[in-house]
Design a protein around this ligand. Structure first.
Ligand SMILES: Cc1cc2nc3c(=O)[nH]c(=O)nc-3n(C[C@H](O)[C@H](O)[C@H](O)COP(=O)(O)OP(=O)(O)OC[C@H]3O[C@@H](n4cnc5c(N)ncnc54)[C@H](O)[C@@H]3O)c2cc1C
Length: 392
């Protein structure tokens, strides 16, 4: 067993050091944000390859503000798709056509992951692939599967909803809940019939009889479409990867050509909806960020965005205090109400399937998207103005 120590370090003479477990969106973002504040950061990823699976992601204003602070938003604005409207169709009839009042971006998950990985490397984050964390000690030690004990000023657990690091800390109490639905997510090449500006929008196709099935159809670039295919987990055929072309085409015959492509798409994934609420988010010098702290149902499209926001806010708050545990408490007090509200709201929307009638971009629904980061200065906020009508 080896111990790597960072002894005798004080804020004034040496950079503070973080060991981060999990290189998803939350882990990469917190690593970049800390490194930009002068921390030395080592980021561990259990997989041998650094990448995300084949799907798309929506990034709302809150995430874009955070990504702007760490310097990657401009590329997303450049490469992502800016959907002009959010349309909802129920049983083949358009039931709502909504504009949320301010822009949001669609991009593929692999692209976002690659952008963050490049940014992390540029700012000096040491990324160790094939390195699995199994536990942490509250005094600031990350324990790896090979038995190494890595000391740090701060251990950050960003190892996702099933976080092994979180589960090793009895002081962090969690409530987990599973829901009725799940989603198959795939990326398909964009067929000619779905090219053109009229398809640069989010289209949410629903049928509720004999059971709920939904296809969220999002152009993520000139050559890709992201399909989020939701069904009850009790519907085994509709929960399969690869996609069961027959069962989906029967329900959505007008999307048959896209469903054919979904059936042969590789790299997709099925996830059942689940939430975990953890209290508190830290134990002494170990802190949870992202799904490890607050996995949520995807109704609001905010899970990753809230994690990205909290990651940037964490680095900003730590920069303002010498005492790490004091900074963690202040950070959680500010971020928790917004994160809890997003979790509760998305769970309600998922349980009641309200989105079959439209997104309903009320000020309340937009509250998370409009959250203003303390890390974002006036110049950053000015890039994403909130129209009056969209303010909560
Ligand atoms: C259907 C669906 C649609 C969604 N759409 C959106 C959307 O449009 N917008 C949005 O903002 N959010 C969305 N989300 C939520 C979003 O996908 C998650 O919140 C986000 O991916 C969580 O990021 P994370 O980095 O916290 O965790 P993860 O993505 O789970 O990443 C964890 C990382 O840690 C690694 N890891 C795990 N265990 C260990 C270990 N022991 N040691 C080392 N490494 C480890 C994993 O391999 C992985 O790389 C959606 C979710 C679902 C289910």
């Amino acid at each position: 067993m080896s111990t790597i120590a960072f002894e005798g370090r004080t804020m004034s003479d040496q950079a503070r050091h973080a060991e981060v477990a999990g290189a998803g969106f939350a882990g990469l973002t917190v690593s970049i944000a800390l490194a930009r504040k002068g921390w030395s950061v080592r980021l561990h990823e259990q997989n041998d390859e650094l990448r995300d699976f084949g799907a798309g992601i929506l990034l709302w204003r809150n995430a874009m503000l955070a990504l702007e602070v760490i310097g990657v938003a401009a590329t997303i604005r450049e490469r992502g798709v800016l959907p002009d409207s959010y349309d909802t169709s129920l049983n083949g009839e358009l039931v709502s056509e909504e504009i949320p009042g301010f822009p949001y971006w669609a991009i593929t998950r692999p692209e976002l992951h690659a952008l963050l990985t490049d940014a992390a490397r540029e700012v000096g984050v040491e990324i160790v692939a094939g390195s699995k964390a199994v536990a942490a000690e509250p005094a600031g030690v990350l324990v790896l599967e090979d038995g190494s004990r890595l000391e740090a000023d701060l251990v950050v657990a960003t190892d996702g909803a099933g976080s092994a690091v979180r589960n090793s800390l009895p002081a962090l109490v969690q409530e987990r809940k599973k829901y009725q639905d799940g989603v198959c997510r795939v990326l398909i090449p964009r067929p000619d019939e779905f090219k053109g500006e009229e398809w640069d929008r989010v289209i949410d196709f629903w049928t509720l009889e004999p059971d709920a099935m939904r296809i969220l159809f999002i152009a993520t670039g000139p050559d890709t479409i992201y399909m989020g295919m939701m069904a009850s987990t009790a519907n085994e055929r509709a929960s399969r990867i690869p996609i069961d072309v027959e069962v989906w085409s029967e329900r959505f015959p007008h999307l048959a050509s896209a469903i054919e492509l979904a059936g042969v798409a590789t790299g997709g994934r099925h996830d059942a909806y689940q939430t975990n609420k953890v209290t508190p988010w830290s134990d002494n010098r170990v802190v949870l960020v992202g799904d490890a702290a607050h996995a949520m149902c995807p109704a609001l499209g905010q899970g990753a965005s809230v994690g990205i926001v909290n990651a940037v806010e964490l680095a900003h708050t730590l920069d303002q205090y010498d005492d790490i545990t004091e900074a963690l408490a202040i950070w959680e007090e500010r971020e928790r109400p917004m994160s809890d509200a997003a979790q509760a709201r998305s769970a309600f929307m998922a349980e009641t399937r309200t989105m079959a009638k439209g997104n309903g971009f009320s000020a309340e629904v937009m509250e998370t998207a409009n959250f203003e980061l303390s890390a974002a200065g006036p110049d950053v906020l000015a890039l994403y103005p909130v129209p009056k009508g969209a303010r909560p």
